[in-house]
Structure formats: C-alpha cells, structure tokens
Design a protein around this ligand. Structure first.
Ligand code: SF4
Ligand code: SF4
Length: 352
C-alpha cells in the first residue's frame, strides 16, 4: 500500500517548490512537454504525487531527472503552478535522499548552513595559506595533491555510495528484475548523455542552449584533466599550456553567460534561482578565471610576488571540491546521467 506523507508539500517548498498546489490537473504541462512520452509521462504525474504526498513513489521515480528544464510547461500552465520549478525542486530533494551524509539536504534547505560551510572551508584554506606562505612551490605541490585526493575521496566515499543508493531506490527496492546483461548493453547511454547532454536538444528549440552546455561539460572535464593529470601549473609543454588556457577561458566565458542570464531572468528556468543555482555557476566561473590567472602570473614570472592569486584559487578549489561537487548542484550532472542509464535498462524489461 502506498504511504502518504501529508507534510511532503511543505518539505518540498524548502527545496524551492512554489504554488504547485494551485494545479487543477488539466494536463497542459504534460501535453506541451516535448520530453514527456506515453511511458515516461511528466510533469503532471509528479505534481499529483507531490500534492498527495506519495514520497516513496517519487523516491523510486527517475522522471524528475528526465526533465531538462526548458520551462515550456510553466509557460503554458493556466494556474501558475510552476511545474518546471516543481521538477527542479524534486531533483534537489532527490539529491538529498540519495546522499547518505545528509549534508546535501542541509545545504539545500539552509542558506546559513551553506554560508557556514563556505566560511569553514575558507578558514581551512587560509590556515594552509598562512602555513605555507613563504613556500609557494610546496603550496602548489600540496594543492595539486589535494585535487587528486579530493576527486578520489569524494567519488569513493560519497558519490559512488550515493549512486548505489539511487540504484537501490529505483531498481532493487521496487523489485525490478533487471537481467545483468542489460547493465552492459545500456552502459553506452550513460557516457553519451554524460558527455553530450544531447537530451537537451529534444527539450528546447534553442540549439545554442545545448551547445553552451556541451562546451561547458567539455571545458570543465578537460580543465580537470589538464590540471590534475597533466599538472598544468607545473607543466612546461606549450601544447599543455595552450590547452589549459583554452579550456579555462571556455569555462569562465560560458559560466559568465549563465550568470548574466540568471541576473536577467530571461528564461523560465532562470526566474526562480535558488542559492544552490548561484553557487554552482559563480564557483565554476571563479574556478575557471582563477586557474587562468594563476597560469598567466606564472608565465609572466610574477606569481612568486603575487602568491595571493594562487591561494585564492586554492580556496575556491577547496570549496568547489568539498561542497559543490559532493553535495551541491554538480551532482545533478552525475545523477541525471545515471537516471538516463537506469531508465534505458528498465525500458528493456517488460514489467517496468
Ligand atoms: S498545466 Fe498547470 S494546472 Fe495544468 S496539470 Fe500542469 S501544473 Fe497542473
Ligand atoms: S521544464 Fe521542459 S522538460 Fe521539464 S517538464 Fe517542463 S516542459 Fe518538460
């Protein structure tokens, strides 16, 4: 029997949902959504589940991740129930459900807690800066080691267990019998969507939006590879140096566009930005621009006299790696890719 949580709507409001109780179930939103299909029908169903409080059904659903927030449904809703924002709020809420540490939920629900987390990581980075201020090469060595350790640690301790929890919630707990072979045949879907985000093309007629996202993913992953694997700040190869410049410029230019769009509120998806949305774009911008400046200062031979830029970059990096990647909006990139993968393997079994 389905369990109903009568306070679910109130809980969801803490994650950004607005006015979804105004919905009178007309179905316009589902009709206009170009990603909704007969098999995977949304957002109306998710709105009904949210209004009624069918928390467990939402936990086991992949539908919130199949939406790419073009905002068409919100534009056509006669009741101003913001179905697009409801889908976004469900993604935030699901992120907190998957996260075994409970920190995602705290960060989404509480701005003071987010500020405290950023303040504590700033203090930690400042303490490190003061301890190493006379020894820039040592600081850069530890900074590089931190990047590699943070990526490995965050994936091993937080993101992989959370993906396993997501898998358990959407496949194992509802009793879906997925043949092992399906996990292998569908794996290509995971990487294709992760790197190309091509589903956006079905959601928005504006191909520029897809292209911007595509460039950002390539720029971000490329910059990660260049700094962590190729050790950009210590690498003397012209090719690697140029590659790093190109990727960092790509990251901060595209995020600059996203930040300005959020300020201008020029799209339905930008109208109701939450702190987590701002943190994501601003910190990604700062990551790109500070990495770029460190390398410029290095190449001009002025970094030793301007160590502050490296320590600023290190502070941003620590905050990005320990707050936004494991618990913030970055995780949506990962969960969405896995959702599309799980959805694909579930589509191949008859009792989905
Ligand atoms: S269009 Fe608005 S009122 Fe109609 S079902 Fe969707 S959310 Fe509800
Ligand atoms: S925001 Fe776009 S993709 Fe998401 S449910 Fe609404 S119409 Fe569909």
């Amino acid at each position: 029997m389905a369990v109903v949580n009568p306070s679910f709507g109130e809980e969801l409001k803490k994650y950004g949902a607005v006015d979804f109780n105004a919905c009178y179930n007309c179905g316009n939103c589902t009709a206009v959504c170009s990603l909704s299909t007969e098999k995977d029908s949304f957002p109306r169903e998710m709105i009904r589940f949210s209004v009624v409080g069918l928390e467990d059904d939402i936990k086991s659903s992949l539908k919130p991740w199949l939406c790419y927030y073009c905002g068409e449904c919100t534009t056509h809703c006669p009741r101003t129930a913001y179905p697009g924002e409801l889908m976004m709020s469900l993604r935030r809420w699901l992120t907190s459900v998957y996260d075994w540490t409970g920190l995602s939920g705290l960060l989404y629900r509480s701005l003071p807690f987010s500020i405290l987390a950023f303040a504590l990581t700033t203090l930690a980075a400042l303490a490190l800066s003061l301890g190493l201020k006379t020894d820039l090469p040592a600081a850069m060595h530890y900074g590089h080691m931190f990047e590699a350790l943070a990526i490995t640690g965050v994936f091993a301790a937080i993101l992989v267990p959370n993906i396993v929890r997501m898998w358990w919630l959407v496949i194992i707990r509802p009793g879906k019998k997925v043949p092992v072979a399906n996990y292998f045949t569908g794996i290509g879907e995971l990487f294709v969507h992760m790197f190309t985000q091509k589903r956006i093309l079905g959601c928005d007629e504006n191909r520029l939006r897809w292209f911007e996202h595509f460039l950002l993913v390539i720029g971000y992953l490329g910059l990660l590879f260049t700094t962590v694997v190729l050790d950009w700040f210590s690498n003397t190869s012209l090719l690697v140096t140029g590659f790093g410049y190109l990727l960092s410029i790509l990251v901060f230019s595209i995020t600059m566009i996203f930040i300005s769009e959020r300020f201008r509120k020029n799209k339905e998806s930008n109208r109701l930005s939450r702190p987590s949305d701002w943190f994501f774009v601003i910190w990604l911008f700062l990551m790109g621009v500070s990495a770029f400046l460190v390398r410029v200062f290095l190449d001009l031979g002025i970094l030793a006299n301007n160590q502050w830029i490296y320590f600023l970059h290190l502070t941003i990096l620590v905050q990005w790696a320990l707050i936004i990647v494991p618990f913030g909006k970055w995780t949506h990139f990962l969960y969405r890719s896995f959702a599309i993968y799980f959805n694909r393997i579930l589509a191949e079994i008859p009792d989905k």
